[in-house]
Design a protein around this ligand. Structure first.
Ligand code: NCD
Length: 320
C-alpha cells in the first residue's frame, strides 16, 4: 500500500501511486456511505479535532461525517468562541490541543503555509482542509474521484479550470494532481485573475473562454473569491458573467459529453448559470459533495494506519 506520509498537507507531496490508493480506497467508502448503516470502526478510539479558522459548509460537514462514520470521537473547535479571538497565536492554540492527545487534526486557515507550520509542532496527523491560496488536497482528490467515475479514467483528459485562478487553492491542488496523472490542463481567466508563473506547471493559458473550452472533457468552474481580493479585479459581476460565466452557449464549445464541476459555494449568475449547475445530464456538482465524504474517509483511514504503524499500536479494526 502506498501513501506512507504522516500528514496530508498538499498534493505536491503525493505520488501517482499515492493518489491511486486514496481513490481506490474511497470507492469502498462510496459503497459504505450508500448503505443504511454507515458504520465502520477504522478510527474507533481515536480523536479527531476540526479547527476551521475560515468559513466552511461542505468541507467541515464532510470531515465531521467522515470521522463519525469511521467511529472516531470528533470535536469541532468553534474558532469564533475560542481564545483565538483573545489573541492566542495559531501555534499556542495548536499546542494546547496537542496536549489533549488528538490523533487527527483537520485544519483550515486563511494564511498559505499556516497548516504546514502547525504540522511541524504537533505529534498527530494533520490534514489540510485549505490554507490561503496554497493547497486544498482533499478537494483535488474528491474532484479526481468524481472525474474518474464519470469518465472512466483520470488520465489523458483535457480539463479546463476557469475563473478566479489567482485566489484559488482548489485550482492549485487540481493543477498539480491532474498534471501528475498526465492530463492536459487549461487555465481560463481574465489576465487580472491569472497568477504569475503558472506556466511552470505545464498548463495552457487562455483569456478567451470559448477558445479554452474547445474540446474539453471536463469544465471546472471556480468561485470569484471576493474575500481574497483587495481591489478591482473585474469591471462588474455582470460583465464577468458575460465573458467568463458558464452558460449553455459557452459550454457548447466543450465536448458534447463534457462534465461540469464546481467546488462550491457557487455564485449563480456570476461564474455559472444556475440552469447549467442544475442540469443532471452535465453537472456533477452533487457527486463532488458525495465523493468528498468518501475521499476524506479514505485519507483519514490511510493516515490512521500510518499512525498506528508509527506508534506500534494494535489496529482496532478495519473495514477493508
Ligand atoms: C473551496 C475552498 O474553500 O477553497 N470550497 C470548498 O472547499 N468546497 C472553494 C471556494 O471557497 O470557492
Amino acid at each position: 500500500m502506498a501513501f506512507r506520509a504522516r500528514h496530508l498537507l498538499g498534493i505536491e507531496h503525493l505520488t501517482p501511486e499515492d493518489i491511486r490508493s486514496v481513490l481506490d480506497l474511497a470507492e469502498k467508502y462510496v459503497d459504505l456511505n450508500r448503505r443504511t448503516v454507515k458504520q465502520s470502526d477504522v478510527l474507533a478510539g481515536m480523536t479527531q479535532i476540526n479547527m476551521f479558522f475560515e468559513n466552511s459548509t461542505r468541507t467541515q460537514a464532510s470531515f465531521e461525517l467522515a470521522g463519525k462514520r469511521l467511529g472516531a470521537d470528533v470535536m469541532n473547535m468553534s474558532v469564533a468562541q475560542s481564545s483565538v479571538k483573545k489573541g492566542e497565536t495559531l501555534i499556542d492554540t495548536a499546542l494546547t490541543l496537542n496536549a489533549m492527545h488528538p490523533d487527527l487534526l483537520v485544519v483550515r486557515h486563511p494564511s498559505s503555509g499556516a497548516v504546514n507550520l502547525l504540522a511541524s509542532k504537533v505529534n498527530c496527523a494533520v490534514l489540510n482542509a485549505g490554507d490561503g491560496r496554497h493547497e486544498h488536497p482533499t478537494q483535488a482528490l474528491l474532484d479526481a474521484l468524481t472525474i474518474r467515475r464519470a469518465k472512466g479514467r483520470i488520465q489523458r483528459l483535457t480539463v479546463a479550470i476557469c475563473g478566479d485562478v489567482a485566489h484559488s487553492r482548489v485550482a492549485r491542488s487540481n493543477l498539480i494532481l491532474l498534471g501528475k496523472m498526465e492530463n492536459r490542463v487549461r487555465l481560463i481567466a481574465p489576465p487580472t485573475l491569472m497568477p504569475p508563473g503558472v506556466q511552470e506547471f505545464g498548463c495552457e493559458i487562455f483569456d478567451d473562454m470559448r477558445a479554452g473550452l474547445e474540446g474539453a472533457d471536463v469544465v471546472m468552474m471556480l468561485r470569484l473569491q471576493k474575500e481574497r481580493m483587495d481591489g478591482g479585479f473585474i469591471p462588474s459581476e455582470r460583465e464577468y458573467f458575460h465573458r467568463y460565466g458558464l452558460d449553455a452557449e459557452k459550454l457548447s464549445c466543450a465536448k458534447p459529453d463534457a462534465i461540469v464541476m464546481h467546488p462550491g459555494p457557487m455564485n449563480r449568475g456570476v461564474e455559472i448559470d444556475g440552469i447549467i449547475a442544475d442540469d443532471i445530464n452535465r453537472s456533477v456538482i452533487q457527486d463532488q459533495v458525495e465523493m468528498g465524504v468518501a475521499v476524506r474517509m479514505a485519507c483519514m483511514d490511510l493516515l490512521a494506519r500510518n499512525l498506528r504503524a508509527e506508534r506500534g499500536a494494535q489496529a482496532v479494526g478495519t473495514y477493508v
